[in-house]
Design a protein around this ligand. Structure first.
Ligand code: SAH
Ligand code: SF4
Ligand code: F3S
Length: 457
């Protein structure tokens, strides 16, 4: 065995090697950031562990979007702190949006925390860790106008080896009045398309078959002359075997050009996440969303016209400031019109520092918010079931992701519209594309059998 290999093995097996445990909350962008941080720290010799009790450094990548998201993290910190009793040198760091929102206050409020690092300061982690090792507490929450981590090759965490996230931009320049993101993630900036393509090529070479392009508002992606439609096309052209998804689109910015690009390439998945938030134009005005109900419905009509087989999902908030019963009913009627395939639904949660917190009263009671939310959730259940049923009797091209949760004899994957499809394993494996005829379903899952003759959805 050559000497360098022996050294490498010793290094890999060394009990001295520091272990990093990293846990993520919030949106896909946060999960993607954790992979960047894992890359930065494995480069510095850390080994990623799945067991926080073994860790020398615990990093919690946090979300600040609703009060509940922050409460969850605070409870989790208590659990992590209990490890400090038998491992006093354990270091606990809070990263992400809650770190950015609360800054050094987090050190005062959560005594277990040693380190606070905001989304644009991850390159500074090695220095911050050294500071903590020297007995200090460490904070860096500087936001940047340029940082995109374009040169970092993420370490894929919890990966199924088939699908991966690629961040194409950071920050957000919209000022939706309910939203904390512009304060926690800073100004919008787009990443060099060449670095995005290089990352996608690398994933493809490693056997990945699906990438999801991520941004808070992908439609405003712009790098030199490359807009989002062009970027989407460039990624789609890399290989017909690589599926492309993206999130999130913004109703005020999504162009027909993006829709035509989706329609043109089979490997761009027919699935659009287009958060509406409310079905009432006055509420949308107070939310500062930049569109009306009519505008939104016109965009939906464009999707149905240009990409007829496209699944549409959304985000909805109930009980925003001043939302009357009549205004709320407009959300219900919009849902009835669109019949979304899928939705994320939330009760409004006031966030400190946002435009809504400064300008409007959070005057809808928790009870009313919850009653409205329950109705929205129930209605969406019926629509999801309806949409899933339209897939019955059709053949779906399924990208296999994993063994089914319910049975080891079955595989699970998704079709282009993002519905989960389950079928008997036979000789198929992860990463295969399989044509599956859907024969039965639950609310959100199609169940079928592999076929050779294909009648596609
Ligand atoms: N960039 C995306 C969404 C980011 S946040 C967009 O523009 O749609 C994800 C979702 O969280 C939002 O779409 C919204 O529905 C919800 N959300 C954001 N702030 C919230 C708040 N203060 N209370 C409740 N839900 C909120
Ligand atoms: Fe928040 Fe609006 Fe930006 Fe989405 S577009 S992240 S909701 S400010
Ligand atoms: Fe949460 Fe930050 Fe994402 S607030 S939703 S983790 S951008």
């Amino acid at each position: 065995m050559p000497f360098c290999q022996v050294v490498k093995m010793l290094y890999l097996c060394s009990p001295m090697q520091k272990k990093l445990f990293i846990e993520s909350y919030g949106c896909a962008m946060n999960f993607s950031d954790s992979e960047i941080v894992a890359s930065l720290l494995t480069d510095k010799g850390y080994l990623v562990t799945a067991d926080f009790k073994q860790a020398d450094l615990i990093l919690v990548n946090t979300c600040a979007i609703r009060e509940n998201a922050e409460l969850r993290v605070r409870n989790r910190l208590k659990e992590f702190n209990s490890v400090k009793k038998y491992n006093p040198s354990l270091m606990i760091g809070v990263m992400g949006c809650m770190a950015e929102r609360l800054k050094s206050r987090l050190l005062e409020e959560e005594k277990s925390v040693d380190l606070v690092v905001g989304p644009d300061s991850y390159r500074d982690l090695p220095r911050l860790i050294e500071e903590v090792e020297g007995g200090q507490k460490a904070v860096n929450v500087l936001l940047s106008r340029e940082e995109t981590y374009a040169d970092i090759n993420p370490v894929r965490l919890d990966s199924n080896g088939v699908s991966a996230f690629i961040s194409i931009m950071r920050g957000c320049d919209n000022m939706c009045s309910f939203c904390v993101v512009p304060f926690t993630r800073g100004r919008e900036r787009s990443r060099d398309p060449e670095s995005i393509l290089a990352e996608a090529r690398d994933l493809l070479a490693k056997g990945y078959r699906e990438v999801t392009l991520l941004g808070q508002n992908v439609d405003s992606y712009k790098f030199a002359s490359v807009n989002f439609a062009r970027l989407l096309e460039m990624v789609a052209l890399l290989s017909s075997e690589l599926r492309v998804r993206f999130s999130t689109s913004h109703p005020k910015d999504i162009t027909d050009e993006v829709l035509y690009t989706m329609a043109k390439y089979d490997n761009i998945c027919k699935n659009l996440h287009l958060p509406v938030q409310s079905g009432n134009s006055t509420v949308l005005g107070r939310m500062n969303r930049g569109y009306t109900r009519e505008w939104y419905l016109d965009r939906i009509a464009a999707v149905r016209r240009i990409v007829p087989d496209c699944a549409i999902s959304t985000d909805i908030i109930t009980g925003f400031c001043g939302e009357t019963e009549a205004e709320y009913r407009d959300t219900i009627s919009l849902m009835e019109k669109v019949k979304y395939d899928f939705a994320y639904m939330f009760a409004y949660s006031e966030r400190p520092g946002t435009l809504a917190q400064r300008n409007y009263q959070d005057d809808i009671s928790a009870e009313v918010k919850q009653t409205r939310l329950a109705e929205v959730v129930a209605l969406q259940q019926t629509h999801s079931a309806l949409r899933t049923r339209t897939g019955l009797g059709k053949t779906h091209r399924v990208l296999v992701e994993t063994i089914s949760k319910k049975s080891a004899a079955q595989l699970s994957g998704r079709n282009s519209q993002n519905s989960v499809v389950v079928f008997d394993k036979q000789d198929y494996k992860k990463g295969d594309y399989v044509n599956v005829l859907a024969e039965s379903c639950t609310v959100a899952t199609l169940i079928g059998r592999p076929v050779t003759e294909a009648v596609f959805r």
